[in-house]
Design a binder for this molecule. Structure first.
Ligand code: NI
Ligand code: MN
Length: 226
């Protein structure tokens, strides 16, 4: 599959004929390499969402209006349906769903989850995404926590970890997370988007390489193959 970084915590996955977007923060994302119209033209089939904060929820309703199915924590699905979303797969932590192109399971995340209008968004989550025999962990926004070892025990091909500090773990803790997650590859996310996110992704990459994990700083717009 092809994995394109859209800046912040957003990714576009191309899995065979399917196009899937994660945490689609586009319009107000100063690092977004593509315009919303360009992404909508890609006929996204599923939006995977970690939590309700505006920098993740982003343009979710634009994609659901265009026909995408929302895969998200239950409280987020309820809110999206009240705002017109038609197709959704509600989940809760520990649960997963089989989709036409793979499987998505929610994990715990140590964070909070409130919509931009103040509505409660349920528990925040991370995402385990399985497709084409590969397994990806998108941690959402989270602190370091020891139960990451349970996710690591599944065997991870790629971990996408926040490193920006302030609202999530910083680069040192994100590197420690690799001791628990033991992924083959790791990419830092949630850095540099806003002045408050001061965590240095290069510190994370250095920590990852010390641990023998293949890591580099993806630039917004860059694509990797998995
Ligand atoms: Ni958040
Ligand atoms: Mn965030």
């Amino acid at each position: 599959m092809r994995i394109q970084f859209l800046g912040h915590a957003a990714f576009l996955l191309t899995i065979g004929e399917h196009t899937v977007i994660i945490d689609p923060f586009v319009d107000h994302n100063p690092k977004a390499p593509l315009k919303l119209a360009d992404l909508l033209a890609k006929k996204v089939s599923h939006v995977l969402l970690s939590h309700a904060h505006g920098d993740h929820w982003g343009n979710t309703l634009d994609f659901t209006k265009a026909g995408a199915t929302l895969v998200a924590p239950n409280a987020i699905v309820g809110y999206a349906e009240q705002h017109g979303a038609k197709n959704a797969e509600p989940l809760n932590i520990g649960g997963g769903v089989d989709l036409p192109w793979g499987r998505v399971t929610l994990t715990q995340a140590w964070h909070d989850s409130v919509f931009p209008d103040g509505t409660y968004g349920g528990n925040p989550s991370g995402l385990v995404i399985e497709a084409e025999g590969k397994r990806i962990y998108h941690a959402g926004d989270t602190a370091l926590f020891s139960d990451m070892a349970l996710t690591g025990a599944l065997g991870l091909d790629l971990a996408l970890l926040p490193v920006g500090d302030r609202y999530t773990m910083g680069p040192e803790d994100a590197a420690k997370a690799l001791d628990l997650l033991k992924p083959k590859r790791a990419i830092p996310i949630h850095w540099g988007t806003f002045p408050g996110l001061t965590g240095d992704p290069n510190v994370f990459v250095a920590g990852a390489r010390q641990r023998g994990v293949d890591a580099h700083v993806m630039q917004p717009g860059e694509t990797i193959e998995l």
